[in-house]
Design a protein around this ligand. Structure first.
Ligand SMILES: C[S@@+](CC[C@H](N)C(=O)[O-])C[C@H]1O[C@@H](n2cnc3c(N)ncnc32)[C@H](O)[C@@H]1O
Length: 209
């Protein structure tokens, strides 16, 4: 309840800010029901962080309809940063591509369609920032690849890390245990310095030492 009050207050403060809103990406289709995206507060945080650290190469795992991707791209396009994003749901990926054109960021985004487990394993490029937002059961599975693909001092952002303590629809119950496991692993990982930020459903921010 306290959390809801805090979220509502911040939303009201941000309401008049001119930026691309989640509603414009998700309101028109039933995708909204089963493909969640970051909320507007998280999108604001992503844009601010990108403005601050100016990562040249960004990797996102889990595109959905492209709201977080486009939000990050709006900041990255100002200094020529580029985003590679991975999605295996063709319908979501096609909608994301249309949304990138609509938002004027398609020139800065490369969408890889397929299974993130295989794609990550085969990737050899390195990145300055990785945004992990795929199926939560894959977070522990993909952690080693994320660290391998991250440059020294690169930033790993992992979304939804407060799943173990927030009220969730029961369809997400199978994602709670993997997130618990992931949080413990990442906080004590010898190659990462991490802090859990209570923004949206929780963002773990880690820097590769
Ligand atoms: C939480 S949504 C991403 C939301 C998006 N980052 C945003 O905030 O706008 C997670 C996405 O990961 C995709 N996904 C799940 N498992 C995947 C896999 N193994 N490979 C690629 N994409 C996957 C789902 O289809 C879904 O669209």
């Amino acid at each position: 309840m306290e959390n809801e009050k805090i979220t509502d207050y911040i939303d009201q403060l941000y309401e008049k800010k001119a930026f691309v809103k989640k509603e414009s990406f998700t309101s028109y289709m039933q995708l909204k029901k089963y493909i969640p995206t970051v909320n507007d507060q998280e999108a604001c945080f992503l844009r601010l962080l990108i403005r601050l650290i100016k990562p040249r190469k960004i990797l996102e795992i889990g595109t959905s309809v492209g709201f977080s991707t486009a939000s990050m791209a709006l900041a990255a396009k100002e200094y020529g940063g580029r985003i590679t994003t991975i999605e295996f749901d063709d319908k979501a990926a096609d909608q994301a591509e249309r949304n990138f054109i609509k938002t004027g960021v398609s020139d800065y985004i490369n969408i890889l369609k397929g299974d993130a487990v295989k794609i990550l394993h085969d990737l050899n490029d390195t990145y300055d920032l990785i945004f992990q937002d795929v199926d939560k059961r894959l977070y522990p599975v993909l952690l080693d690849d994320c660290i391998r693909l991250l440059n020294k001092n690169g930033v790993l952002l992992s979304d939804d890390v407060l799943f173990p303590v927030i009220e969730l629809d029961e369809i997400w119950n199978n994602q709670i245990e993997p997130i618990s496991e992931y949080n413990k692993k990442i906080i004590s990982h010898s190659q990462l310095e991490s802090v859990l930020l209570p923004i949206g459903d929780g963002i773990m921010m880690s820097v590769k030492k």
